[in-house]
Design a protein around this ligand. Structure first.
Ligand SMILES: *[C@@H]1O[C@H](CO)[C@@H](O)[C@H](O)[C@H]1NC(C)=O
Length: 171
């Protein structure tokens, strides 16, 4: 499960930090420690995809939607990005086939698309849709805790209805 592996990564991350001088200790895992830009274009396919799980809650889906936005738009982290996409990924962009494999060559290089202040994200819990606004607006439908479907033609990011993450989620 992705969330567990994210927790494990958070647990492992401080190991390297322990070697730093005392005073630099990080007590709370933060998202920017989980993500780093990574170019994975030497791989022919995404290293990990998302396995849909009907027990994933709306709350966890919202958290994943934020992780997906961070990985895709801000951090350029294709490993995390694709670990949140299922093996269907129904594509509504003309000219592109469905399935994560079809978009892997576009995003494997981990090129960030914007900073967090210069872009926006939104998760609408009433529809299980998430949005990202950078030079365009993308919309994704989440099923079983995974990105399942994508649109990017004439989309608008909602200005209300956006899920508020718990305040203990460090940005
Ligand atoms: C959204 O997803 C949750 C669980 O992931 C599900 O219980 C709920 O019915 C879904 N809502 C809609 C509108 O599809």
């Amino acid at each position: 499960m992705h969330f567990l592996s994210a927790l494990m990564a958070a647990t492992l991350a401080p190991i390297g930090i322990l070697a730093a001088p005392a005073g630099n200790a990080v007590s709370v895992p933060q998202f920017h420690h989980l993500y780093a830009r990574e170019n994975l274009c030497h791989l022919a396919s995404p290293p990990e995809l998302c396995t849909p799980d009907d027990s994933i809650t709306v709350e966890e889906t919202a958290l994943r939607a934020y992780q997906f936005y961070r990985a895709f738009v801000v951090d350029g982290d294709p490993r995390t990005m694709f670990s949140l996409i299922d093996n269907v990924y129904q594509q509504h962009h003309p000219g592109y086939a469905s399935g994560p494999q079809a978009i892997w060559p576009l995003f494997c290089n981990g090129r960030p698309l914007g900073t967090e202040p210069s872009t926006r994200w939104c998760f609408d819990a009433s529809t299980n849709m998430s949005y990202a606004q950078y030079s365009t607006v993308d919309r994704w439908r989440w099923v079983g805790g995974c990105v399942h479907e994508h649109w990017d033609q004439g989309e608008r990011i909602p200005t209300d209805k956006c899920y508020e993450l718990p305040t203990n989620v460090t940005r």
